[in-house]
Design a protein around this ligand. Structure first.
Ligand code: PXP
Length: 236
């Protein structure tokens, strides 16, 4: 069964638009879990534009795996080691970006990442690297000894020519390296079906579409619908 991690960042985006407490991303996480989500993902950004530190503490208290998405910075590593989430997914972060635009450049930062990954591992946290479907990046992740990589599906979701094939090739390399495969970014009901067939895929992390879709069918309905879709029979 492919696990579904629900990213609740955009519930916080809506809450923060009015500066109050509603809608609460932690209540959204509870609803998602009641309707088939296997875990919750939240990205604590440097500028705290959506999720706040107190949200992370409350999400950690839920009886479900928490995937803490974060930049590979001293501040975030220290916060994560104190919070002790189930997993940390290291992502690139630029202040000016609307969303996480590309994968982490592990190849060029391997020596800087190494001690940070080690600190998370020593704290008993499962480390994942969010990378593009690129053989060199996967090999660098393997050198760092991470148990998980999450492949960035954004280029595929945006209709890039050859991107699905690239993801399949990358999935094979991830498997050869003995790393667990996750994927995410830009996934919807319409484009998720080919992705669920990636060899060795264990988890999808989906946020923006599910939160948007909950306007029409409720968050519980959207989560249930996606969970069924990613675990239904072979793609026609
Ligand atoms: N996985 C990672 C590592 C991400 O950074 C994001 C976006 O926050 C997602 C998955 C979910 O992407 P989307 O919101 O487009 O579903």
């Amino acid at each position: 069964m492919i696990r579904l991690g629900v990213n609740v960042d955009h519930v916080a985006t809506i809450r923060n638009a009015r500066g109050g407490e509603h809608p609460d991303p932690v209540c959204a996480a509870q609803t998602a879990l009641q309707h088939g989500a296997d875990g919750i993902t939240a990205h604590l950004r440097e500028d705290r534009r959506h999720i706040k530190d107190s949200d992370m503490t409350r999400l950690r208290a839920l009886p479900a795996p928490l995937n803490f998405e974060m930049a590979a910075t001293e501040e975030m590593i220290t916060l994560a080691c104190a919070l002790q989430p189930h997993a940390c997914c290291l992502v690139p972060e630029k202040r000016e970006e609307v969303t996480t635009e590309g994968g982490l450049n592990v190849v060029d930062q391997i020596s800087a990442l190494s001690p940070l990954v080690m600190r998370l591992k020593d704290a008993g946290i499962r480390v994942s690297l969010f990378i593009d479907p690129d053989a060199r990046q996967i090999q660098a992740a393997s050198q760092l000894g991470v148990p998980v990589v999450e492949l960035h599906t954004g280029a595929y979701a945006h209709g890039g020519v050859g991107e699905l094939e690239r993801l399949f090739k990358a999935a094979d390399i991830v498997k050869e390296c003995g790393i667990e495969l996750h994927a995410g970014h830009g996934l919807t009901y319409s484009n998720v079906l080919p992705i669920r067939n990636l060899p060795g895929l264990k988890e999808l992390n989906i946020g923006h579409f599910l939160i948007g879709q909950s306007v029409f069918e409720g968050l519980g309905g959207a989560v249930q619908h996606m969970k069924t879709l990613i675990n239904s029979g072979p793609t026609p």
